[in-house]
Ligand binder design. Sequence first.
Ligand code: FMN
Length: 153
Amino acid sequence: MKHLLIVYHTKTGNTGRLAEAVRKGASSELVTEVEIRVQPAREAGPEDLLWADGLLLGTPENFGYMSGALKDFLDRTFYEVEGRIQPLPCAVFISAGNDGSGALRAIRRIANGYPFIEVQEPVIVQGELSSEDLNRCEELGLALAAGLEAGIY
Ligand SMILES: Cc1cc2nc3c(=O)[nH]c(=O)nc-3n(C[C@H](O)[C@H](O)[C@H](O)COP(=O)(O)O)c2cc1C
């Protein structure tokens, strides 16, 4: 079994809905050999990253950056896993009022250090969530899970 970790933060629920869609896609019946773990950022720790073969990170854009809770997860895990993880295939989903670029830039900069390797284009949702946005998140989850199962990542 491969292991796919979803770590996200949500304050008002939007990123939480995206995370649920990502989880749904990753849990597709098309993928049978991938175990999924969903963790709110505040509850996630280094042991989750040590468990994971792939990673999905979700955040709102707050003040032009990722949420404090997701940053805190990264702060709490970087040195703890340094040298102990293989480069982790990763993708990002963001809920933002505007374009989400500040959050994405911040995640990418830190991801380089772990390293997390971005293997899919991010899903960035601007404003109200639509069913199309949720579909994009399902596809993202499925892509990560299927890629892990197939050994592509
Ligand atoms: C404190 C705070 C700061 C925010 N700053 C930004 C921002 O800089 N850029 C942006 O596009 N949206 C910003 N937003 C809007 C949120 O990103 C947006 O409402 C998002 O959908 C919230 O996600 P959530 O429901 O998962 O918490 C901010 C929201 C809050 C509460």
